[in-house]
Structures are given as structure tokens and as C-alpha cells.
Design a protein around this ligand. Structure first.
Ligand code: AHM
Ligand code: MG
Length: 333
């Protein structure tokens, strides 16, 4: 699909139309996956509206409480978290939700006898402190199926990224953009706020093979393993640009569109990296791989990591395949 999608002569496809048409390809589908995505889209619209009015509604800044990781919660973190839980909570087929903001998964239904009960993990408002300066923020989500081998339903949240059946993010920037994969490529939708619909703008997003841009908080470089220092020195000497919004969704979206690599290595203050495997790295890894990119944690493929804790952090290197290879070459030499 080209840039003229919304002009005369092109079909207009909303997210709902897209989901209905995808579902029709699978005659035995129960429609529950569609319900999960529609809940995520509804929450995304709600959060977009609240972000847009945040200063006017006086919901910027910190709550005065910390989340499970000991980080100050922003008021909008809490609002976004509630929007997702309330929206997913009303859908049949969602057994468990797990949020970066909550200590433990929330079990919505212990009845896993029905068909395909889903487990949805999310970071409700990633990079939320960016809101104070009118910067972009995002919601990231990962969708798993209940693992029938798990003794307790909430244990299903701890599955490796390769078992994801869907993943995506909503970027709240100058436009609200929903990027989605269900394992058959990546689709991109943009919210038309005048009609309240996400409209399909690209039904096969592909990341450029290469792009001379890296995205990393280089203030931490001095305490990163030497391989990362060698990479940055190499990139700086090879005509690369550095771009860093400080909000993963915004940084990853730019790389998906234009090519390049996003890195969050181990640092002195975050020895395992800062970003969370289940809420941030796995869903972004699935999107990247589905779009033709790569994602690694050091030298291990992100989605092959066997998680041992819900809020586990891992280093991450993701983006264009050639650029990820350049980083891996430096950190493994
Ligand atoms: P959060 O989930 O608490 O918002 O933190 C995650 C954010 C990412 O969006 C971003 O890539 C990273 O933290 C930035 O961290 P730093 O300020 O250390 O560069
Ligand atoms: Mg986050």
C-alpha cells in the first residue's frame, strides 16, 4: 500500500474491517482473538485521548507511589493501566492479564476449559515521563495462549517470546499509530480522531535492511561492556547518526520506518539492561522479526529466552538485520 492510501481510488479499511476479514480466513476461529485486539484498540483510543488532554486535566507528573520495580508511577501510568484492565476484563477468552505496573498477574478467569484462553501482557504507558515535556509515549502488548501444561493459569504468563501469538504497540505522538502482528507480517494503522477509527495505512510493514542510525542512551556508555563501546566508536566513525527519544516505542517506531538499530545494553545502574523481557523486548522482537528485522539480548535471540520472572530485565539490540549484525560483531569479538 502506498502513501496515497486515504485518497480517492484506494479502499478504506478500518482495524475492525481488517480483523473481520482476517478472521474469515480461519473458518474455525472463535472470534476471541479479534475481541482481544478490539479491547486493545479501545484502550489505545482512550489512552490517546487522555494523553492529548493530560495538561488540561492536570494528570501530568508523579502519583507519589512506586511500581513493583521501585520506579515512580506517573498519574497517567495508572490511568492507562486501568483502561487496559477494564477493557480486556470485559472480553470473554482473556484468562490472565499482566502489567508492568502491577506486582502479579491478574487472573480474570480460572476456567481454561473453553477454547483458546488468552494471556495478555502489557506496558500501559512506556516512557511516561516524556509526557511532562509533550514527548511521545506508547503502549506495548504481547499476546500468549494459556499454556495447558501450567498448573495455575497465571503461570502461563511466563512463556518465551516464540510462543507469542500476537504483539504490537500504540504510539501516542503527533498521530496515534497502532502497529500489529499476529505472526503473518506487520500491519500499521493510524487513528483518525475525527471518526474514532484506526485506519490501515500499510498492510505489510518491512524494516529497511540497513540504516545508518543508532538509538541508545550513550550517557551510559562508560559503564557498558566494552563491545558496545567499540560498536559506538565504530558507528560514530562510519557516518552514523544517533537519535534517542528516551521512549522505546518512539525510538523503535523510527527504526522500523527508517532503519537502524535500538540498543539498551547492561549498564552500571542496570546490570541486566533496563527493559523488561515480557512487556517490552519480546513484543518488539516479534514485530521486528515479522517485519524482516532481528532482536537479540547480547548474543541470544530475544524470543528464545526462557523467562524466569515476570518483571525480568534483559539487554536488547533490535532493528535492521545488517545493523543488528554490526552490533553483534562488536559485542562478540
Ligand atoms: P518505563 O517503562 O519505566 O517508562 O521505562 C522504559 C523507558 C523506555 O521507553 C526507554 O527506552 C528507556 O526507558 C529510557 O531509559 P533511559 O532514560 O535510561 O535512557
Ligand atoms: Mg516501559
Amino acid at each position: 500500500m502506498d502513501n496515497d492510501t486515504l485518497t480517492a481510488g484506494h479502499n478504506l479499511t478500518s482495524l475492525q474491517t481488517f480483523l473481520i476479514s482476517e478472521r474469515s480466513k480461519y473458518p474455525h476461529a472463535t472470534g476471541r482473538y479479534t475481541m482481544v485486539l478490539s479491547a486493545l484498540s479501545l484502550a489505545g483510543k482512550f489512552i490517546a485521548a487522555r494523553c492529548r488532554r493530560a495538561r488540561l486535566e492536570d494528570v501530568l507528573g508523579a502519583m507519589g507511589s512506586d511500581n513493583v520495580q521501585g520506579e515512580a508511577q506517573q498519574k497517567l501510568d495508572v490511568i492507562a493501566n486501568e483502561a487496559l484492565i477494564r477493557s480486556l476484563g470485559s472480553r470473554p477468552g482473556v484468562a490472565v492479564v499482566a502489567s508492568e505496573e502491577d506486582d502479579n498477574p491478574i487472573v480474570l478467569s480460572n476456567d481454561t476449559s473453553g477454547e483458546r484462553p488468552y494471556v495478555v501482557l502489557f506496558d500501559p504507558l512506556d516512557g511516561s515521563s516524556n509526557l511532562d515535556v509533550c514527548g511521545s509515549v506508547g503502549t506495548i502488548f504481547s499476546i500468549l495462549l494459556h499454556d495447558r501444561r501450567a498448573e495455575h493459569v497465571e503461570e502461563s504468563a511466563l512463556q518465551p517470546g516464540l510462543r507469542q501469538v500476537g504483539a504490537g504497540y500504540v504510539l501516542y505522538g503527533p498521530s496515534t499509530v497502532l502497529v500489529l502482528t499476529a505472526g503473518t507480517g506487520v500491519q500499521m494503522f493510524v487513528l483518525d480522531p475525527t471518526i474514532g477509527s484506526f485506519l490501515l495505512v500499510d498492510d505489510d510493514v518491512r524494516i529497511p535492511e540497513a540504516g545508518k542510525s543508532y538509538s541508545m542512551n550513550t550517557a551510559n556508555l562508560g559503564s557498558c561492556p566494552e563491545g558496545y563501546q567499540r560498536y559506538v566508536e565504530w558507528a560514530n566513525g562510519s557516518g552514523y547518526s544517533m537519535r534517542y527519544a528516551g521512549a522505546m516505542v518512539a525510538d523503535v517506531h523510527r527504526i522500523l520506518m527508517k532503519g537502524g538499530v535500538f540498543l539498551y545494553p547492561p549498564t552500571a545502574s542496570a546490570p541486566s539492561g533496563k527493559l523488561r523481557l515480557m512487556y517490552e523486548c519480546n513484543p518488539m522482537a516479534m514485530l521486528m522479526e515479522q517485519a524482516g528485522g532481528k532482536s537479540y539480548s547480547g548474543t541470544q535471540r530475544t524470543m528464545e529466552i526462557q523467562p524466569d520472572a515476570l518483571h525480568q530485565r534483559v539487554p536488547v539490540v533490535l532493528g535492521s538485520p545488517d545493523e543488528v549484525d554490526h552490533v553483534l560483531r562488536h559485542i562478540s569479538s
